[in-house]
Design a protein around this ligand. Structure first.
Ligand code: PRT
Ligand code: ZN
Length: 313
């Protein structure tokens, strides 16, 4: 898109933000612009993921736009609602946002990668004392939500007609004040529903933060996107993993390898003490104690468990 046009689109879409961005070049070609949530639930986790992927963002006196020091990326901070549109029209090349926002806004963007944080679900809930009889229950009923698009499509699939009341916040109080018969909202722990006397009756979609991309990026930007995705994959794979070193009598190696299967071929090192070897393996943190007990039972000794910094594949 032409720079002048791009600038105009940005100013029309985000008048407040554009006031803070008088002279920034909105059309940098050799750099990937990523839109992140400026504040809210996804902001810190998004920056943490970038940091762990080795991309240092200067956050002192955070502006609307900030550049990475060591990677061809710049960050555009926006409200999450605006991210899908910003990416679809090419003002940002990529973005990190909840899948729920992508599905709700329905702009044309590519969902490139699931980032495994910001996990939640979008569910229908009704007062807990009412008996639920299936999707047909909602025929002719009023439902309050901030996500009318997703809900309309779901009811259309089910062939149910109901009245959707779009409200911006505090959806969960709608049934108790007589505004709606049920709600459709984000659920994480389920605590908010319980506090408001509601029962979750249908899960319409699962969501997590996703990396989205503008369609038709040029080869240079695609190359940066691919590097970014491969770094994210490494970060996500190493989360919740531990590095285990264990000394095993040589005649028990086969059994030990069944207990701790390795990613490819096992790393096996002979010890100075003849008749013994060390096995190195990456295992899930949740399995550490269980695996250690099983290894000790077959005669393994000196089990060392270390934190894992990165798993680059
Ligand atoms: O200001 P801006 O528009 O950028 O942010 P926002 O206020 O619209 O969104 P924000 O920061 O609240 O959430 C951003 C994204 O986080 C959402 O779009 C989801 O993808 C994701 N996410 C994950 C959640 C939750 N978990 C969550 N629990 N978003 C909201 N909630 C709220 C929900 O609305 C409900 O009120 O938490 C309540 C339910 O939580 P539980 O744990 O009681 O079930
Ligand atoms: Zn929002």
């Amino acid at each position: 898109m032409e720079l002048a046009v791009l600038r105009q689109v940005f100013f029309v879409l985000f008048p407040e933000a554009s006031a803070k961005l008088p002279e920034e070049d909105l059309n940098r070609n050799n750099m990937l612009r990523i839109a992140l949530q400026s504040k809210g639930r996804l902001n810190e986790k998004s920056l943490e993921l970038l940091r762990e992927a080795g991309i240092g963002i200067d956050e002192t006196g955070r502006k609307l736009l900030s550049k990475a020091a060591n990677f061809p990326v710049e960050i555009l901070y926006l409200r999450d609602d605006d991210i899908p549109q910003t990416v679809s029209c090419g003002i940002a090349d990529a973005g990190i946002v909840g899948l729920n926002e992508v599905m709700e806004r329905n702009f044309e963007v590519d969902v490139l990668q699931h980032l495994e944080f910001g996990k939640c679900r979008l569910s229908l809930a009704i007062p807990k004392y009412i008996e639920y009889t299936g999707p047909g229950f909602f025929e002719g009923k009023k439902i309050a939500t901030s996500y009318p698009g997703i809900l309309k499509r779901w009811f259309a699939e089910k062939g149910v007609n109901c009245e959707i009341r779009e409200i911006a916040g505090s959806v969960e109080i709608s049934p108790s004040i007589g505004l709606a018969d049920g709600i459709f909202d984000i659920v994480s722990s389920g605590g908010t529903l319980v506090q408001n006397g509601l029962a979750e009756v249908e899960t319409v979609m699962e969501s997590d933060a996703v990396l989205i991309g503008c369609r038709g990026l040029d080869e240079e930007k695609m190359r940066i996107v691919r590097t970014l995705m491969s770094r994210f994959t490494s970060v996500l794979r190493s989360r919740g993993k531990k590095y285990m070193l264990v000394n095993v009598p040589n005649d028990r190696i086969d059994e030990a390898l069944k207990i701790i299967p390795s990613m490819k071929s096992p790393t096996l090192l002979p010890l100075a003490d003849k008749g013994w070897s060390a096995i190195h393996a990456v295992i899930d943190e949740a399995e550490v104690w269980d695996k250690a007990d099983q290894l000790k039972a077959i005669g393994a000794e000196d089990i060392l468990v270390l934190s894992m910094e990165k798993l680059i594949i």
